[in-house]
Design a protein around this ligand. Structure first.
Ligand code: FES
Length: 147
């Protein structure tokens, strides 16, 4: 095998190995959620509802990453119509929990929370943080910290 043949086969192998996980990742994320990186002003995040199409879709949700936050806030519409903004930082040891159709699950040690953020299975010692949400006209405001 020549050097050129070796490099071509190596490049093909790398491309094949990296394509499958990326495609699977995009497929999984593209269906139900969207991601936004935002700046907070005076501990508040203001989102334009027109830019949140996933919020009105069944099982849709928005992952909001305020600058400085280690993990995103998940914003979604509950079956009651109420809009929730829930921290994805597990209260056990700080791993990022994942939203499923009916709950939040922590991949690190198995804690589970219901969709309101209430812990339903330990070892998590407390509920997920829930941020107040206000709908004002065409905007949604998330209050990150009272004050
Ligand atoms: S960090 Fe979530 S269960 Fe331990």
């Amino acid at each position: 095998m020549t050097r050129k043949e070796f490099l071509q086969s190596a490049a093909t192998a790398v491309a094949a190995a990296s394509f499958v996980p990326v495609a699977a990742l995009l497929e999984g994320c593209a269906v139900r959620s969207q991601t936004l990186r935002v700046s907070a002003k005076e501990n508040r995040v203001r989102l334009w509802l027109a830019e949140l199409p996933k919020l009105s879709e069944p099982e849709g949700y928005v992952k909001v990453y305020p600058f400085g936050f280690a993990h995103p806030i998940v914003v979604f519409q509950h079956s009651s119509g109420e809009i929730f903004a829930i921290s994805t930082t597990c209260t056990h040891a700080g791993c990022e929990v994942r939203k499923t159709k009916s709950k939040f699950e922590c991949p690190c040690h198995g804690s589970q929370y219901d969709l309101t953020g209430k812990v339903t299975r330990g070892p998590a010692p407390a509920n997920l943080a829930r941020f107040p949400v206000k709908k004002e006209g065409e905007f949604l405001e998330i209050v990150l910290k009272e004050g």
